[in-house]
Design a protein around this ligand. Structure first.
Ligand SMILES: [Zn+2]
Length: 113
């Protein structure tokens, strides 16, 4: 059973929307993560370093997005199985406020600490 005090439909929609947004952002940032290929003659050493740094930052952001997508997928799977809102540690219901703050949390506040 999913958490009885939650609007499961709303949470599902919220998670799906968040995932769609992350996928969009990932797609849009594809270019800035592409291999830095600069013409050595026209671009100075400094701007090449800038480009590499920008690429590294874009990649770090992408890693964060992919992690968030995996967490959302896991939450959607729990909704599917009917175990959403259950603490994976103690099996008690996670507080509604906590789930509304972050629907991808896996543990109740006591077990998370
Ligand atoms: Zn717990």
């Amino acid at each position: 059973m999913n958490h009885p005090e939650l609007d499961i439909e709303r949470i599902t929609r919220q998670l799906a929307d968040a995932k769609a947004l992350l996928i969009d952002q990932s797609f849009e940032s594809k270019e800035s993560r592409a291999t830095v290929m600069l013409d050595q003659q026209s671009v100075g050493r400094l701007s090449r370093m800038d480009a590499l740094q920008g690429q590294a930052m874009a990649q770090a952001e992408e890693d964060r997005r992919q992690l968030a997508i995996r967490r959302i997928d896991a939450a959607l799977a729990r909704l599917d199985r009917g175990t959403f809102g259950e603490c994976i540690e103690c099996g008690e219901w996670i507080a509604v406020k906590r789930l509304e703050w972050d629907p991808t949390v896996l543990k109740c506040i006591d077990c998370a600490e």
